[in-house]
Ligand binder design. Structure first.
Ligand code: ATP
Ligand code: MG
Length: 270
């Protein structure tokens, strides 16, 4: 579904040159939920913006179903890291969610239906008439998710969407994302710097190194599809996987020679 090949991004300007991403290659299959984890500042947002066609890469390609991404592709939705700034304060929640649908050739009644359905699925059926600033942080983030869902994307890119909400809301939102993914069969790329979150959510975890960024490792999360906050997080296999990812990130920070490994089997046990 998504192919990232030799992606490099260098920011230049004001006499400053930042190599945000050096050389990234990985693939996301159709219907997969892949988590991308890496230290702060390693270029996760940069990568997602390149994948969403919001930034042009310096070198390399992003392919969506074999076609090169050169601008925001139809069928792709984005949930930004700074959700507070991604909602329009002068528009009511319902209008915010409806906005991207106006690009689609849909009847007014169909748009209304999609908005109501999306708000219902994030548990905000009653909030359509409120303004974003009247809602809590977690609720605002659910509005941003509803907006992405109403668009009926085939691919959803999420950039640390839960970084600024409290732990309890975060757990609920994680389960919401997994539930929606299982119901709707969307392809999801979920960026986080939280190792536990990556292992809990993903079917696969792509570990990025610290800057200059390359793929440090990819590992399959061989936990059962049915996951829940109580049991999954205390399962011995969960602990093994999180320890493994943690060690990989530590190795990347120490600058241990990084070998790009594409693993589809399970990591060694410790
Ligand atoms: N518009 C820009 N112009 C110049 N440099 C930038 C720009 N955006 C990001 N950078 C730099 O690129 C590097 C990667 O930034 P990016 O935001 O992609 O990291 P990140 O992994 O998303 O970080 P975080 O986990 O804190 O969100 C950083 O060194 C940052 O300073
Ligand atoms: Mg970021």
């Amino acid at each position: 579904m998504l192919d990232v090949r030799g992606l490099k991004k260098v920011y230049e300007g004001s006499g400053r040159r930042v190599e945000a991403v050096r050389d990234l290659t990985f693939t996301v299959e159709a219907g997969e939920l892949v988590c991308l984890v890496g230290p702060s500042g390693c270029g996760k947002t940069t990568l997602l913006k390149c994948m969403g066609g919001l930034l042009a890469p310096t070198a390399g390609d992003v392919l969506l179903e074999g076609r090169r991404v050169t601008g925001p592709p139809p069928g792709m939705a984005f949930v930004f890291q700074e959700y507070g700034r991604s909602l329009f304060p002068w528009m009511r929640v319902g209008e915010n969610v409806e906005l991207p649908l106006k690009q689609k050739n849909l009847s007014r009644s169909r748009r209304r239906e999609l908005v109501a359905d999306a708000l219902r699925s994030v548990g905000l059926a009653d909030a359509a008439g409120a303004y974003p600033w009247q809602l809590s942080g977690g609720m605002q983030q659910r509005v941003a998710i509803a907006r992405a869902l109403a668009y009926e994307p085939r691919v959803l890119l999420m950039d640390e969407p839960f970084a600024a909400v409290d732990a309890q809301t975060r757990a609920d939102l994680e389960d919401l994302v997994r539930g929606l993914w299982r119901e709707r069969g969307i392809t999801i790329l979920f960026v986080t710097h939280d190792i536990d979150e990556a292992v809990y959510l993903g079917e696969r975890v792509v570990v990025l190194s610290a800057s200059p960024t390359v793929v440090q490792e990819q590992l399959k999360v061989d936990l059962p599809d049915e996951r829940d906050q109580l049991h999954t997080r205390v399962a011995p296999r969960f602990a093994e996987l999180r320890t493994h990812v943690y060690e990989q990130i530590q190795a990347a920070k120490r600058g241990t020679p990084v070998v790009t490994v594409t693993k589809s089997d399970t990591p060694p046990l410790h």
